[in-house]
Design a binder for this molecule. Structure first.
Ligand code: HPA
Length: 274
């Protein structure tokens, strides 16, 4: 694995000499952040050795290097999902590459279904913890101690200090948000009413199909993680309606400007050490 990462890093450094401090995965809900980046270089995923090959035509994805809020960032425009057929190791490989490029913080975003009765469509939910219901883990297999420990601690998977910074800025702008637990499932099916109920009973506030593998791999490498969900539909008794991928995207794009504002300002206010 280390050899593969080195090969990928060498390729990227051959094209661009850039040491980003923050890595951002532009999931549903954060795509608009791209417009805020002063782009200094882009590399299509399809050119990058060892990067997974996209299964969606026309959505190959790219790495974007540039400044956001005065800080050097690298953004992944396009992420990989387990339901596309990648192994956990494949879909999290780019996170390992970002870490080796020098990032000191990973920011993840996603769309999720709310299972907490108090949630509404369009809410932002800061992830304070997660439950992995994917039945798989990206760290299964031989452990490379050069990357991280065999049994990583997950007692504070999501960085409390960054959560405080986010909540402070959101309050200043009067932006409503929730703080909750994210349960990750494989998808691609949305949940049945019984499954939403089951997920709520387990202690989750929202459910989605991404983020957890990336957070696990980041924590394996001691990389601080901040993650936020856009609540795009509700898996709450009496409020469950038929949903489609388009509904999820529509709800997420409604909230995108708020999310973009807070994340940008949060990055701007970060001390030089992050
Ligand atoms: N379930 C799972 N994943 C999701 C949902 C949901 O209701 N909404 C957006 N992603």
């Amino acid at each position: 694995m280390l050899e593969k990462i080195k090969e990928t890093i060498d390729y990227i450094h051959g094209l661009i000499d850039y040491k980003p401090r923050i890595g951002i995965v532009l999931g549903t809900g954060l795509g608009g952040l791209v417009k805020e980046i002063n782009v200094e270089g882009t590399i299509p995923y399809k050119d990058i050795p060892n990067f997974p090959l996209s299964t969606v035509k026309g959505h190959e994805g790219q790495l974007i290097f540039g400044k956001l809020g005065g800080k050097k960032v690298v953004a992944m425009q396009g992420r990989f999902h387990y339901y596309e057929g990648y192994t956990m190791q494949e879909l999290t490989f780019p996170i390992r590459v970002l870490k080796m490029l020098g990032i000191e913080l990973l920011i993840l975003s996603n769309a999720a279904g709310g299972v907490n009765q108090e949630y509404e469509i369009g809410d932002l939910m800061v992830i304070k913890d997660h439950i992995n219901l994917m039945g798989d883990n990206p760290l299964i297999g031989r452990n490379d101690t050069g990357l991280g420990p065999r049994f990583p601690d997950m007692s504070e998977a999501y960085d409390k200090k960054i959560i405080r910074q986010f909540t402070k800025i959101a309050r200043v702008h009067n932006i409503h948000f929730q703080v909750g637990v994210y349960a990750a499932v494989t998808g691609p099916t949305f949940e049945t009413p019984a499954e939403y109920r089951y997920i709520r009973t387990l202690g989750a506030d929202a459910v989605g199909m991404s983020t957890v593998p990336e957070a696990i791999v980041a924590r394996h490498m001691s990389l601080p993680v901040f993650a936020v969900s856009v609540i795009s539909d509700l898996g709450v008794e009496g409020k469950i309606v038929e949903i489609s991928h388009d509904d999820v995207i529509d709800a997420a794009s409604m909230v995108e400007p708020k999310m973009t504002l807070v994340i940008k300002e949060m990055i701007q206010n970060m001390s030089p050490k992050v």
